[in-house]
Design a protein around this ligand. Structure first.
Ligand SMILES: NC(=O)c1ccc[n+]([C@@H]2O[C@H](COP(=O)([O-])OP(=O)(O)OC[C@H]3O[C@@H](n4cnc5c(N)ncnc54)[C@H](OP(=O)(O)O)[C@@H]3O)[C@@H](O)[C@H]2O)c1
Length: 246
């Protein structure tokens, strides 16, 4: 760690302490978790984030997930990346149970099209049944297929509001939310002023940005404060906290 509460090496097993979840204050805590390159790309030439990622970055992702209630992603990310299962670990069982958490984070997906890779391990082998948030009137065949593997929560209209998603998750007691993207879902979460924290990794790469979705500008910029910086092999792993009060 080169900036933050300690100065010097941080062991992998200590990473969760540097990405703490707050005490519950009645509000959900939404953290954005993303990697990008020096030229702002969210994916490498193969269209995947793994090609711009590193072991250290992967360790931070895992540390954040360990004590999360939910891993929230957009349908585009699930379609692009092969999501692995969210599995209970014996090591974390007691701490999660004491905090009133399910044995593993639930994978929650926002998708209107429901074109989801339902045979991926994330859907077939996760400890907790995934949740899919969709519109009032999606394709009926796809809806039936998704219902076989997931809980489905439908919005009233033909759009899915991310603030509504966060409220529905919190109602289920799932308030420690890590949003792993992609850029479109995070853009909507930022526009709705939902983000409390942004954990951003900068990979020392220039790859071009053709594979990174373009997103609309926000009406209002939000300011964040830098809480720490970790570095390994030229990769910067930062933690930013929402500044000020809401
Ligand atoms: N570098 C990283 O850390 C990182 C992380 C995640 C993803 N990625 C990369 O980002 C790319 C995907 O980006 P993306 O922006 O397309 O991903 P995304 O935000 O995961 O997916 C966009 C899709 O999610 C659904 N969606 C998102 N917000 C919605 C909303 N408010 N209401 C209804 N549906 C909503 C829609 O799905 P439907 O089309 O099904 O309606 C939309 O087409 C991939 O290349 C992936 O590898 C990188």
């Amino acid at each position: 760690m080169i900036l933050g509460p300690v100065h010097g090496p941080v062991a992998t097993e200590d990473l969760p302490e540097h990405y703490p979840w707050p005490e519950r204050d009645g509000r959900p805590w939404v953290r954005a978790m993303m990697s990008c390159t020096l030229d702002g790309a969210a994916a490498g030439a193969d269209g995947l984030s793994g090609s711009i990622s590193s072991d250290a970055d992967g360790a931070v992702f895992s540390a954040v997930r360990r004590f999360a209630d939910v891993v929230l992603v957009g349908g585009g990310t699930l379609a692009a990346e092969e999501y692995g299962p969210s599995k209970a670990s014996e090591e974390d069982a007691a701490r999660r149970a004491a905090a009133g958490q399910a044995p593993a984070p639930v994978i929650a997906v926002v998708s209107g099209s429901l074109k989801l890779p339902l045979d991926d391990d994330g859907f077939t082998a996760s400890t907790v049944r995934p949740i899919v948030f969709t519109t009032a009137d999606p394709d009926p065949d796809r809806l039936a297929a998704v219902r076989e593997r997931c809980d489905v929560v439908q919005a009233d209209g033909d759009t899915v509001d991310v603030g509504w998603v966060v409220e529905r998750l919190a109602e289920r007691g799932l308030w420690r939310i890590v949003c792993e993207g992609g850029p479109s879902l995070l853009r909507d979460a930022a526009a709705a002023d939902l983000l409390d924290e942004a954990d951003l990794t900068f990979a020392p790469l220039l790859v071009g940005s053709e594979n990174t979705p373009r997103t609309d500008m926000l009406d209002d910029a939000s300011r964040f404060e830098l809480a720490h910086v970790l570095t390994e092999e030229g990769v910067l792993m930062t933690r930013y906290l929402r500044g000020g009060t809401r």
